[in-house]
Design a protein around this ligand. Structure first.
Ligand code: MF3
Ligand code: CO
Length: 256
């Protein structure tokens, strides 16, 4: 693979653009969940997300990406990622809802995701949510210069193991910034892949996807919707992180 770029160091100027897009994506990630209610169709959620994205001054980074038809991804219950908002899919009480938001703004890209329940989670769902999010924060702690991608992957895998959750392998985190998907890949599992060493200016979208049952997934006939093979629930949390000379900076942080 001589000559192939394995990672991108962003310039200070580009980082400013990425920072603004990331804040826009985080704003929508924060605004949307309280507006999502049982009885709404997932298409209505997608439309609403489109309005919130437009209000940031940006546009969807997903719409049209490899032909993707939605503004955001909305994945319910056993759906893992890349669910498309549909007028005939009506949200129910206790549904587990993952939203994945990508915003393009002034040539920067922001990408982040969260998962929540429409109601009170049962014990298994609560464990799934708690440890998928915890895996993300454990991973962010390892996003420091001098570490390798593998250190991030192993923090995620370790957290899943503790909580007896299945780790999705077919989809991984990624570099992000001026394109939605930049090198390197950021797997949520450990393999012989060590990946590049982390350096200041790298921006990583870290996104654990955990299942209550099997790690195995399948894709619907719509060619997008990914779901767990055993029909058990799945959760997904994602942040974009800038590697610095000091502590990792979560670009999609949004206090409210
Ligand atoms: N956050 C997801 C990813 O990084 C969303 C991609 S959806 C797509 O892969 F539609 F844009 F493909
Ligand atoms: Co992503």
């Amino acid at each position: 693979m001589a000559g192939k770029k394995h990672y991108i160091i962003h310039t200070a100027e580009d980082i400013e653009k990425i920072r603004i897009a990331a804040i826009a994506a985080a704003t929508v990630r924060k605004q949307l969940p309280p507006l999502v209610k049982p009885g709404m169709s997932t298409k209505q959620v997608d439309d609403l997300a489109g309005q919130l994205i437009a209000a940031t001054g940006g546009s969807s980074a997903f719409l049209g990406y490899h032909g993707y038809p939605g503004q955001i991804c909305i994945s319910i219950n056993d759906e893992v990622v890349h669910g498309i908002g549909r007028p005939e899919v009506i949200l129910q009480e206790n549904d587990l809802v993952s939203i994945d938001i990508g915003v393009k703004l002034n040539s920067g890209i922001g990408d982040n995701a969260t998962t929540f329940v429409l109601g009170e989670p049962d014990n298994d769902t609560a464990r799934l949510l708690k440890y998928t999010e915890k895996a993300l924060y454990n991973a962010i702690d390892k996003a420091v210069k001098g570490n390798f991608i593998k250190d991030i992957s192993s923090a995620i895998a370790r957290t899943a193991k503790q909580a007896r959750l299945g780790v999705v392998r077919e989809y991984v985190g990624h570099g992000c910034g001026l394109a939605l998907h930049e090198p390197p890949e950021v797997p949520n599992f450990v393999s012989s892949f060590r990946g590049p060493q982390l350096r200041p200016g790298m921006v990583l979208a870290i996104e654990p996807m955990f299942n209550l049952g099997t790690y195995k997934v399948m894709t619907d006939r719509d060619k997008w919707t990914v779901r767990s093979r055993d029909g058990k629930k799945s959760a997904h949390f994602e942040h974009m992180v800038l590697i610095t000379n000091n502590k990792p900076e979560v670009l999609t942080w949004q206090k409210m």
